[in-house]
Design a protein. Structure first.
Lengths: 272, 219
């Protein structure tokens, strides 16, 4: 954990996210092997590691797109995949899941905008139908967010009429419209043409710096990870290899595996 | 057998036209049935618990893999008498509608499967209810893709309506048969005109479906 000076969001008390002995298996493949970690409110944590190391699975478990095999995931103290029934924890029903995950937003690698809806409606649907916000209020907020992401003039376009970078910015606006406490970013620039990556990363940096949203980020953009995160966790084969501030994990890694990974990734991103 | 006789053709034409209206009526009603029921079947097979979806799957497979004519006879001679008075038209619409819903459900299923899984993930991530997801995100995308295929099944069904003659529906073919039985002539004229009427409706519709398919593929 690092000092509160550079990480004002970190407070004592309930963690925003806590993984308690989480095991995730897909068939015979054990993707997460008894994972324990917490993320404090306001903290921005980047998960790095080779593909197949379980980073994306962590985000998908948090978003309830996957179910844990063993262990419990807590979001703001509430068990996510389970619910309290008396003293016992039982597997959560659909209603409980919907309630808990309202606090969580996710931006996907493939944007996953709704292609049959215009940009504005993509953003307003969830606030209206999930949170029960009035249509006018949702539209006003959506316009504000479109302005924030630099696409104020695109509200009447369909997603297919936008570039990948623009679509991803709409997707970011869509997740922010739900006012999430926790935002999950899953390789959000991996599907973009190289020249569009910087815009999206700059936008995310602005959002990171101007809000206290807790963020869990999976990315191969090491510069972005360094700039934006309070903490970096290095994963390999379903376990945390290294966990600390970016200056340490990325600047002066203790483990051979972290060094090898960083060398591979940085080598890749510097073709010149 | 005699050659073509314009007088016979003229005499037959009004009753053929009347028969054609019956065929159209059956087509429209069975279409509505099979389009709605097929959609319900597709969604239930996809989202209902196994105790519901497994038996439904078995029933759908059974209907799809047995002949329409057998089903017609089964319902008309086997079930209908138990239900009291009914007409060939009612039984025909129900049997055709159910039979074709087992095909349209497959079409819908393919359309639903073609919607990227990321769409459901976005629905989940936004905490939108499942029902909302089906109604506003998944089905609108799926239906666009399958409209031409559904249209082709409707054309097939339209051409199969004369099978209902077997349970006594008075349409073009049975009207011709009746005429032939009475006057011992009119085979050539009756069946030729009936065929031309079918062609006049189904060919332009098929062409329109192909155009629609091309247009949707472009978008």
């Amino acid at each position: 954990m690092q000092s509160n000076e550079s990480n004002p969001g970190v407070k004592d008390g309930t963690p925003a996210v806590r993984f308690d002995n989480v095991v995730k298996r897909f068939g015979d493949l054990e993707v997460l092997k008894g994972l324990n970690f917490s993320v404090q409110p306001g903290e921005r944590v980047t998960l790095i590691g080779p593909s197949g190391s379980g980073k994306t699975t962590i985000l998908r478990l948090l978003m309830t797109l996957e179910k844990v095999t063993e262990g419990v995931v807590y979001v703001e103290g509430e068990p996510l995949s389970h619910m309290k029934k008396g003293d016992k924890l039982v597997v959560a029903g659909e209603h409980h899941l919907r309630e808990v995950r309202k606090k969580i937003g996710m931006v996907f690698q493939q944007f996953n905008l709704f292609p049959n809806m215009k940009v504005l409606r993509n953003i307003t649907e969830a606030p209206v139908h999930t949170l029960g916000v009035s249509k006018d209020e949702a539209v006003a907020k959506a316009r504000e967010l479109l302005d924030l992401v630099g696409l104020a003039d695109k509200e009447d376009n369909y997603p297919s009429q936008l570039s990948g970078g623009q679509q991803q910015r709409v997707a970011i606006a869509r997740s922010l419209a739900m006012s999430p406490d926790i935002l999950l970013l899953d390789e959000v620039t991996s599907a973009l043409d190289p020249e569009l990556v910087a815009d999206v990363l700059d936008l995310l940096k602005d959002i990171a710096n101007s809000t206290d949203i807790t963020m869990l980020i999976v990315t191969h953009e090491m510069g972005f990870a360094r700039d934006v995160s309070h903490r970096v966790m290095m994963f390999d084969q379903g376990v945390i290899v290294e966990d600390g501030p970016p200056s340490q994990v990325m600047g002066d890694p203790e483990h051979e595996r972290t060094r090898a990974f960083l060398k591979a990734v940085l080598g890749e991103s510097k073709p010149e | 057998m005699n050659g073509w006789d314009w007088n016979v053709a003229k005499e037959l034409f009004p009753s053929l036209l009347k028969g054609f209206w019956v065929i159209l009526e059956v087509t429209v009603l069975s279409s509505i049935t099979c389009l709605l029921l097929g959609l319900v079947i597709a969604v239930v097979l996809r989202s209902a618990p196994k105790v519901v979806s497994a038996p439904l799957f078995a029933v759908v497979e059974f209907i799809r893999n047995t002949p329409l004519l057998v089903q017609l006879f089964f319902v008309w001679f086997g079930l209908a008498p138990l239900l009291g008075s009914t007409t060939p038209l009612v039984v025909g619409v129900i049997v055709l509608g159910i039979h074709y819903s087992t095909y349209t459900s497959e079409v819908y299923r393919a359309g639903i499967d073609a919607v990227p899984v990321g769409q459901w993930e976005a629905i989940t991530a936004l905490s939108l209810p499942k029902r909302y997801g089906w109604q506003h995100v998944i089905l609108p995308q799926a239906l666009r893709r399958v409209t031409p295929a559904l249209g082709n099944y409707i054309i097939s069904m339209f051409k199969e309506v004369p099978v209902l003659t077997a349970i006594g529906l008075a349409e073009m073919i049975s009207n011709t048969q009746e005429y032939v039985a009475t006057f011992n002539t009119g085979y050539l004229e009756g069946y030729t005109i009936a065929g031309l009427i079918f062609l006049a409706v189904s060919y332009p519709t098929a062409v329109a479906m192909r155009k629609l398919e091309k247009r949707l593929a472009k978008q």
